[in-house]
Design a binder for this molecule. Sequence first.
Ligand code: NAI
Length: 304
Amino acid sequence: IRRHFSNTSVLNNVIENVTVIGGGLMGSGIAQVSAQSGHNVLLVDVSPEILKNSESAIAKSVARVAKKLHKDDENAANKLKEETLSRIKYVTDPLKSVESSDLVVEAIIENLELKQKLFKSLDEAAPKKTIFASNTSSLSIAEIASTSNRKDRFGGLHFFSPVPVMRLLEVVRIPETTEETFQSMMAWGKAIGKTCIACKDTPGFVVNRLLVPYVSEAVRMLERGDASAEDIDTAMKLGAGLPMGPLELADFTGLDIGVFVLEGWHKKYPDNPLFKPVELQKRMVKEGKLGRKSGEGFYKYTTK
Ligand code: NAI
C-alpha cells in the first residue's frame, strides 16, 4: 500500500539529524557539507584529540567556502560560518550518537571487519528508522551490511575528496535496499548540494571502477618503458583534456591506497586482468614512495 504513497513516505523520511562516524579527511568533509546545508551533525571519532583536529580542519574549510560564496558580503559569510559550525557537535561515543539520528554515514578506516563490527553495534543502538550508509571506496556494501539487521535501510554514500569541492555523490544500493531508503539518500545528497548518481554494489562503483584500472594501466606503461611519467601525464592532459595526468593522480591519492584497492579486488576477482596488482607500484610502496604525502612518488615534492 505504501508504494502508492511513495512521495509521502519519502517526505516522512526527510533527513535532519546526521551522524558521521570517523572524523578524518572524508568524515570531516561530510560533516561540513551536511552542516552547511542545514543538517544537525554529530561527528564521532575515537578520541577528543582527533576531534580537535577535525574541528579546526572544518573551521578552516568552512571559512574558505563562506568567503568564496559571499565575496562582497562579510556579514553573510560570517553568518554561514557561524551557523555551520554551531550545527556540528563532536562526540566520542558512537552508540549514543545514533540515538536520534536519521542517517549514519560511516567514514572510518578502510577495513571490512572494523566496519562490520561498528555497524553491528550501531544496529542495536539506533532507532529502526535510521538509515545506515558507508563511504567505503573499495569494499562491498553488502558485506559491510551483513552484520546488521537493517539491510533494507542500508546503502552506500560514496563521496570524493575534497568533499566540499567535489560535486559528485555515488548513491549505492544493495539488493535489499528499499526504494524508500534509496530515495531518501538521493534526496539528502541533493540537499547537501551534490549531483547524485545511482550505483549498484559493484567493486569501485562507477568512478573508481574506471579510474583504478586506468591509473594501473598508466603505471604498467611506465613499467614497460613505453613512455616517461611526464609524457604519460602530458598526453592525458593535453590529448584527453583531463585536469591531471594518471601518475599525478596516483601520487595525489597515495600509491599505497592504489595497491591496497587492487590487491583486495584481485583477491576477490582473480580472473579479472584489470585488477592485477602492478609490480612497479608495489615496489614503490615498499620503498616508502607513497606519492605526495611521503614527498616522493612518480614525482618529487618539496611541500606535501
Ligand atoms: P582517515 O584515516 O583520514 O580517517 C579515518 C578516521 O576514522 C580516523 O580519524 C580514525 O581515528 C577514525 N576511526 C577509525 N576507527 C574508528 C571507529 N571505530 N570509530 C570512530 N572513528 C574511527 O581516512 P579517510 O581518507 O577519511 O577515509 C575514510 C573512509 O572513506 C574509508 O573507508 C575510505 O575508503 C573512504 N574514502 C576515502 C576517500 C579519500 O580520498 N581519502 C574518498 C572516498 C572514500
